[in-house]
Design a binder for this molecule. Structure first.
Ligand code: AVJ
Length: 312
């Protein structure tokens, strides 16, 4: 089976499971088809969406301190590199990095990050790895004895449930090996209005990003969602300290997918994403439960976002 066909089978299986569940849910990883990746890119430039520019601000303003803490010769292993823009920033700050290893399940995204870094840093070995970075994977043998630095920016860790986040950090530690370190970006708990605006912008870009999941199911899973029958909702769940994205049925309706019928009551939702926000002490606890030592935390002047150096 081709990679694309295998993806489609997995998408349909996840959709059947998620739409049969109570409450209905769909895994957030399916938000990122080509259109979804472009929409996310547009989100990062919205005035309300502070995480990307705040993290880039920390990586820029604290570049000297971060570089001094990490030291020379690091092999940078990035989990889910996106377009490689943050890696370019980090690699420019570090003294004599040894290699760049972007890791992603989707070869087409890897290609984008790899070619960006190859162009920006001629001579630096770029060694892409196709793997699901949530599972253990093997690093390229060519890295030799270079000290390993895991890089997981963007607060993607917030998409995991806290227990899964600990598991991810433990596996990353095993993959990177003894003496490795990890530079981790995590969004912090803040005012609910700021958080909800960041996930429900005035221009409706995030709404389009969320609804694109239904468009994808229509195209790739043969579903017949009426996109006008659902609305985007983003809510801060204070008890769980996470922003939730939902798609809310505007009226009672039935949707067909993979030969089955899924009924929606008016107001019923599909839960499409969790974006967990952390308090520094909680993030520290999570890293330590995974076997890391949280050595340093850098933040911005409003303390909206955090960049951590974890040591093994
Ligand atoms: C890419 C997972 C970090 O949770 O902030 C942005 C995804 N969802 N707007 C986030 C997202 C809605 C984003 N991450």
């Amino acid at each position: 089976m081709s990679g694309e066909a295998a993806q489609r089978v997995a998408l349909i299986a996840d959709a059947v499971t998620g739409l049969s569940a109570v409450p209905k849910t769909l895994p957030c990883k399916w938000l990122y088809d080509a259109a979804g990746a472009d929409l996310f890119e547009a989100i990062t430039r919205l005035p309300e969406y502070y995480p990307t520019r705040t993290e880039v601000g920390i990586l820029t303003d604290q570049a000297d301190a971060i570089a001094a803490a990490i030291g020379p010769g690091a092999a940078v292993v990035e989990f889910g590199p996106g377009d490689g823009a943050k890696a370019e920033l980090l690699l420019a700050a570090l003294p004599a990095p040894a290699a760049y290893v972007p890791v992603d399940i989707a070869p087409e995204w890897l290609e984008a990050a790899a070619s960006r870094i190859a162009a920006a840093r001629p001579g630096l070995p770029v060694l892409p790895v196709v793997a699901d970075f949530a599972q253990p994977f093997a690093l390229p043998a060519r890295l030799g004895a270079a000290p390993r630095l895991g890089f997981f920016p963007g607060s993607t860790i917030g998409n995991f449930e806290p227990g899964e986040a600990t598991l991810f950090l433990r596996r990353a530690r095993e993959t990177l090996g003894r003496g490795a370190r990890m530079l981790l970006g995590a969004d912090l708990v803040k005012d609910a209005a700021v958080l909800e605006a960041a996930y429900d912008d005035a221009a409706g870009v995030t709404a389009g990003f969320n609804l694109n999941l239904l468009r994808r199911l229509n195209r790739e899973a043969g579903a017949d969602f009426d996109l006008g029958g659902f609305r985007h909702r983003a809510v801060w769940n204070a008890a769980a300290e996470r922003v939730e994205m939902h798609l809310v049925a505007q009226r009672a309706q039935t949707v067909r997918l993979a030969g089955r019928e899924f009924r929606f009551a008016e107001g019923e939702t599909i839960h499409t994403e969790n974006s967990h926000k952390y308090r520094p002490e909680r993030l520290r606890g999570l890293a330590e439960a995974a076997g890391w030592r949280a050595a340093t935390m850098w933040t911005d002047e409003r303390a909206w976002f955090s960049v951590w150096l974890l040591e093994g």
